[in-house]
Design a protein around this ligand. Structure first.
Ligand code: FAD
Ligand code: 2HG
Ligand code: ZN
Length: 461
């Protein structure tokens, strides 16, 4: 019996045939990423149901010399959730899907904590918290597919980071299985606990390379009673950036402050056949989508901003359906770009005083690039800009290099919230000092000396 056949047989007897498919048609969606840019090869997909089965799958993989590619909702945007190509990883690869670990275990209203399986979707966790009158303080548009484990693994950010922080800040604890099969947990739920360092803090952002999350505990926040969404159109990115500066300091109820530009607004409107948003027919070049959430008079809070930096046009919504209609011009950018082609994505942030320069430099650089379309949008509250390029072939990284050069020249980061994955591994060497990279390598070598977990991800190339 060949080694792969023995491996599959062991997996089958552990999980049952339905939970370790290897048929190419069945596993196709597990080996290709959300954008269609990254695709690899896997022997099978292992779908354990609980922590003990995760540990057992690790043991089977280890004993057969296979590697594991952890996967939640497969919405990651840096190629880290799908297997590598054979020339990148010679050992047999198994996708380790955590999707079946999707049970909400507890919503602790008194201690303000939610505990759930790592495969729970963000949307399911949000609904469980809302049923108790509470919120998670984290949100992103892939909410119905992205899982808590995947979000913790990428240190996901999203729409409310300005107010509540990113996933690393939202974690109240975790349970995780290490490459040697041991289970570590930090689930006391205590608001204060200073016994040494925290596994949750160490593993947040480790992208499946150090540990497999099996349970995630999130901190909860009270749900504000009133909400308002405003879509504000400006004549230039500079005017929008100025308004954002005023919004950051002058809007105490600010939850999200999102930037979109004309090419993206036109694309979204056309792709989804939406009503033309305010400003599009008046020549606007940039938009802010603001969400305010609180208890006070949100309209008069907004009025201050509108009089300080008047927009060309504005639309305001307070009712739920109208709010999501206004927000959807922003939220649907990722999907709209994917309908048009297979994008190269860079997710960058620069010091706030340089964000306008970033937008101008990128637009100028790509205006002269024939056959390339540039879409920019992002979380302006944190000076985080999503750069999407359509045109270059999936493996042609020359234009990615050009973006990274501009961003690093401005003192920025190559990943604000999506992680490094394989897409940005080649930039790690210039993104962190050598001593930091040596520390990361030392932790990896200590926890996973055989490079069993997600090899190729977060490793400088
Ligand atoms: P996957 O894609 O399955 O995996 C992502 C990474 O985590 C991989 O490296 C994988 O190996 C690892 N991983 C997954 N599960 C586990 C686990 N249980 N234990 C250990 N490692 C694991 N991101 C943002 O930060 N902000 C946004 O606003 C945002 N919006 C998005 C909108 C859309 C439409 C899409 C498609 C993506 C968006 N993302 C955003 C990307 C974001 O990284 C993912 O949505 C989310 O964090 C990944 O969750 P997932 O369950 O899909 O993980
Ligand atoms: C967003 O904020 C997501 O829209 C996805 O982080 C960004 O598609 C992208 O580049
Ligand atoms: Zn984002």
């Amino acid at each position: 019996m060949t080694r792969p056949a023995a491996l599959l047989e062991e997996l089958e007897s552990l999980l049952g045939p339905a939970n370790c498919p290897s048929d190419p048609e069945v596993i196709a969606s597990y080996i290709t990423d959300w954008t269609g840019r990254f695709e690899g090869e896997a022997l099978a997909v292992a779908r354990p149901a609980d922590t003990a089965e995760v540990a057992a799958v690790i043991e089977v993989a280890r004993s057969h010399g296979a590697v594991l590619i952890p996967q939640g909702g497969n919405t990651g945007l840096v190629g880290g959730s799908v297997p590598r190509k054979r020339r990148q990883e010679a050992r047999p690869q198994l996708v380790l899907s955590l999707a079946r670990l999707a049970r909400i275990e507890e919503v602790d209203r008194l201690g303000l904590r939610l505990l759930a399986g790592a495969g729970t979707t963000l949307g399911a966790a949000q609904r469980a918290a809302a049923a108790a009158g509470l919120g998670l303080g984290i949100d992103l548009s892939a909410r119905e597919s992205a899982t808590l484990g995947g979000m913790a693994a990428t240190n996901a950010g999203g729409l409310t980071v300005f107010r509540h922080g990113s996933m690393r800040d939202r974690l109240g604890g975790i349970e995780a299985v290490l490459a040697n099969g041991s289970v570590v947990s930090e689930l006391s739920g205590l608001a204060k606990d200073s016994v040494g360092w925290s596994p949750a803090a160490l593993f947040a952002g480790s992208e499946g390379t150090l540990a497999i999350f099996t349970k995630v505990m999130l901190k909860l926040v009270p749900l504000p009673r009133t909400r308002l969404v405003a879509l504000l159109a400006y004549s230039s990115p500079r005017a929008a950036v100025e308004a954002a500066a005023a919004g950051r300091t002058g809007l105490p109820s600010l939850e999200s402050m999102e930037l979109t530009l004309r090419p993206g607004m036109e694309l979204v409107t056309e792709q989804f056949d939406l009503a033309r948003p305010v400003g599009l027919d008046e020549g606007a070049a940039a938009w802010l989508t603001l969400e305010l959430a609180g208890e006070g008079d949100l309209l008069s809070e907004l009025e201050h901003l509108l009089s300080a930096v008047p927009p060309l046009e504005s639309a305001v919504a307070t009712e739920t359906a109208a709010r999501s209609r206004l927000f959807s011009y922003r939220e649907r950018h990722t999907e709209a770009v994917s309908r048009r082609g297979v994008p190269h994505k860079l997710d960058v942030a620069v010091p706030t005083r340089r964000v306008e320069e970033l937008l101008a430099s990128l637009s100028a650089r790509f205006a002269r690039e024939e056959g390339c379309e540039l879409y920019l949008w992002g979380h302006l509250a944190e000076s985080n800009v999503h750069v999407n390029l359509l045109g270059p072939a999936p493996e042609d990284e020359s234009l990615d290099d050009a973006v990274v050069e501009i961003v690093t020249g401005l003192g920025g980061t190559i990943s604000a919230e999506h992680g490094v994955g394989v897409a940005k591994a080649r930039y790690l060497g210039s993104a962190r000092p050598a001593a930091n990279l040596a520390l990361m390598a030392a932790v990896k070598a200590a926890l996973d000396p055989g490079r069993l977990l997600n090899p190729g991800v977060l490793e400088p190339t």
